[in-house]
Design a protein around this ligand. Structure first.
Ligand SMILES: [Zn+2]
Length: 356
């Protein structure tokens, strides 16, 4: 159970060279009023791959080296339990993952090579997002240096994503009655298709099975979801079929900082108008809207991406809504750019929420 953050040093006693002399050493001083959730085991064992699996550790190391954070600002997660995962994913899919019985087609669709070790890494990512959500409710904000696997559906994985850690975290918080409602703000360059489907409004029970309702009838027969999903993404990009989020912004190729930030501000205002006072925001801070990304076609700069993060934090803070952050994609030609973009998300949070 998280405890509220406080800026206090960790103190150990050490004995000086002279016998009998002892002194207190301050060995670590928390720099942040919020937690960073991280484990070396976030690493995804996927071999040589366009997804830079080492980015989590490199971001962790960068934050320490640049003194953005101290070691005591990081908290290690525990893996999600199977019961947590089953809040979102089907028993059949979970069984296949645990027994290594995905079909060749299912593994191909996931676009990462199956292994039991990879399953463990995704269970840990889900545990990390659950912990980040929990800490966010206490501290106002928390960042998992990982997660954001928004292309995972209840019954299958896609686009490097096996388990939808964002959805697992939300459903766990709801099941524990810590929140009733949540909003996702997905700023990865690719649409959050898995998240959109998971939180799509459910058909009202009793709707005639086998009937093909027209759109108006469908709208009437659906009850509002308890999770409002916003996705800002490049239209001409994966996934080809984009199931509707609560609010989708299909952005044109090459959009730059100014237009993007204007769209984001509008999307969040509109979202909060339609779905007021969500009890948690899950911000998916993908690094791939960057102009030099291998899998993206937007044109944001590193500075623009940091401004994007600041905008989300400022608006959430002004509304008093806790924010849980995950990292999602990032495929810059220069790996160090991806690391800078992800690290800047922590820097932006530090600037908005305070810290030393
Ligand atoms: Zn992406």
């Amino acid at each position: 159970m998280p405890v509220p953050s406080a800026c206090f040093p960790r103190i150990i006693w050490s004995f000086a060279r002279e016998p009998g002399e002892c002194r207190a050493l301050i060995i670590g001083h928390r720099m942040l009023p919020f937690k960073l959730i991280y484990s070396d085991d976030y690493f995804l064992p996927i071999g040589s791959h366009v997804f830079p699996a080492e980015k989590y550790k490199l971001t962790h190391d960068y934050l320490l080296a640049r003194k953005v954070a101290d070691a005591s600002d990081f908290v290690a997660p525990r893996p999600a339990t199977d019961d947590d995962i089953l809040l979102v994913h089907t028993p059949q899919y979970v069984q296949k993952l645990k027994t290594g019985t995905l079909s060749a087609r299912e593994e191909l669709e996931m676009e990462v090579p199956y292994s039991p070790e990879l399953v463990r890494a995704f269970w840990l990512a889900a545990g990390g997002s659950m912990l980040a959500a929990d800490y966010a409710l206490n501290d106002g904000v928390a960042i998992s240096i990982g997660g954001g696997f928004h292309h995972a559906f209840p019954d299958h994985g896609e686009g490097f994503c096996m388990i939808n850690d964002i959805a697992v975290a939300i459903r766990r918080m709801q099941a524990d009655e810590k929140i009733r409602t949540a909003m996702t703000i997905d700023c990865d360059v690719h649409q959050g298709n898995g998240t959109a489907v998971i939180f799509a409004p459910a058909p009202v029970p009793g709707n005639r099975l086998g009937s093909i309702p027209n759109l108006a009838e469908m709208a009437r027969s659906r009850k509002p979801s308890d999770v409002f999903t916003i996705s800002l993404h490049q239209e001409n990009n994966y996934p080809a079929f984009k199931p509707p989020s609560s609010l989708d912004l299909n952005l044109p190729d090459g959009m730059g900082d100014g237009d993007y930030l204007a769209c984001l501000g509008t999307a969040i205002s509109l979202g909060l108008e339609k779905f007021p006072r969500p009890e948690l925001i899950c911000y998916v801070a993908g690094a791939d809207p960057y102009r030099d990304d291998q899998l993206g076609g937007l044109s944001l700069t590193i500075e623009g991406l940091k401004e994007r993060d600041s905008l989300v934090f400022r608006l959430a803070k002004a509304e008093g809504i806790p924010v849980m952050v995950t990292f999602a994609g990032g495929y810059a030609h220069r790996l160090e750019d991806t690391i800078t973009i992800h690290s800047n998300t922590v820097v932006a949070a530090k600037e908005v929420y305070g810290g030393k």
